[in-house]
Design a protein around this ligand. Structure first.
Ligand SMILES: Cc1cc2nc3c(=O)[nH]c(=O)nc-3n(C[C@H](O)[C@H](O)[C@H](O)COP(=O)(O)O)c2cc1C
Length: 174
């Protein structure tokens, strides 16, 4: 099982969680970590290259810090230009069919803020629905999201543990 982690953090130098995740996952031989902001600082995404990369992997992971209840902007741009009609969706758009898909995201808000009646009013399950709808339309099988929440209070040890847990999640035999 070859896993492609599409990572999107606009300022990795200031990151703690996503940087730790990226570094940890880069050590795994069956995981390719692809950093979108590093590859495309000008947002000019090479669609052919991205599609080729997708074809070489069985499982696709979007890894990002949660920004404005969604992903940083480049990941939306990536979806808009890479997931084309006739390739990713439509009667003949079957290239992603059968692949697995999951989200790995970190939130500043704690877990309890993400529920009805909570500070952020909606659950992560609800807020991540557009990504699930994308995976559904493109014929991918949705795996449970991997979440790190309330990250501002996480200790370095907890961040390391979370990176190890994510690596274990993505390399567990399926
Ligand atoms: C532009 C911006 C938007 C953010 N929006 C949210 C948000 O909607 N919900 C939330 O819980 N945290 C939000 N945060 C906090 C980030 O999710 C948090 O800083 C990040 O997950 C930490 O990961 P990192 O250490 O890899 O940067 C936002 C941060 C920034 C800079």
């Amino acid at each position: 099982m070859k896993t492609l982690v599409i990572a999107a953090h606009p300022n990795l130098e200031a990151s703690t969680v996503n940087r730790a995740w990226k570094n940890r996952l880069s050590q795994e031989k069956d995981i390719t970590v692809h950093d979108l902001y590093e590859a495309y600082p000008d947002f000019k995404i090479d669609v052919e290259k991205e599609q080729e990369l997708l074809l070489k992997h069985d499982r696709i992971i979007f890894q990002f810090p949660f920004y404005w209840y969604s992903s940083p902007a480049i990941l939306k741009e990536w979806q808009d230009v890479v997931l084309t009609y006739g390739w990713a969706y439509g009667a003949k758009g079957t290239k992603l069919h059968g692949k697995e898909f999951a989200i790995a995201t970190s939130t500043g808000g704690p877990k309890e803020a993400y529920q009805a009646g909570g500070y952020n009013k909606y659950s992560m399950n609800e807020l991540l629905k557009p990504f699930e709808a994308m995976a559904n339309l493109t014929g991918m099988k949705i795996l449970p999201a991997f979440l790190a929440q309330g990250v501002r209070t996480m200790s370095p040890e907890q961040i390391k543990e979370s990176a190890d847990q994510l690596a274990a999640y993505l390399t567990a035999a399926k």
